[in-house]
Design a protein around this ligand. Structure first.
Ligand code: PAX
Length: 123
């Protein structure tokens, strides 16, 4: 079974891409299985090496949106792409807007090995 850390990597990691095209989100949301049963409304891909993203678990501790205390904010800006479902788009035709950004990101970390399990937002 896919672990939470593996699921985070499938849904949010894309280190080898530096520039994205307008169709990036439509292709990636499909390829990474986020159009199964429903269209995931918002999803962020991170274009940084995994070791840099894992290191966020040792950076500034912040409260998560759900009130838990296991969230961490990256001390530097990261290259990310936000995928947002376009208004009126209906499953199974999930149609996304692609937006490339450089922002600090907030993630939730779990367990002894400090694996990232959830993307909380970007600021
Ligand atoms: P998730 O299901 O929210 O969390 P996501 O991050 O890809 O998935 P399982 O066993 O899978 O249920 N976990 C936590 N979740 C939230 N908060 C804390 N502190 C926490 N600690 C552990 C994946 C797993 O992490 C566990 C949680 O129980 C899950 O375990 O965002 C909704 C989705 O949109 C993404 C992020 C979320 O998907 P919302 O509405 O909660 O903010 N998303 C959102 C994004 O990719 N980019 C964005 O900018 C925003 C706003």
């Amino acid at each position: 079974k896919e672990s939470r850390a593996e699921k985070f990597q499938r849904q949010h990691m894309d280190p080898d891409t530096s520039t994205v095209t307008a169709s990036y989100c439509n292709e990636m949301m499909k390829r990474r299985n986020m159009m199964v049963g429903q269209c995931k409304p918002v999803n962020t891909f991170i274009h940084e090496p995994l070791h840099k993203v894992r290191a966020i678990c040792f950076q500034g501790n912040v409260r998560c949106k759900n009130g838990q205390s296991n969230c961490h904010q990256s001390s530097s800006k990261m290259r990310i792409t936000d995928c947002r479902l376009k208004k009126g788009s209906k499953y199974p035709k999930c149609d996304y807007e692609t937006q490339q950004l450089q922002k600090s990101i907030i993630v939730a970390c779990e367990c002894v090995q400090y694996e990232i399990v959830h993307f909380d937002g970007s600021v």
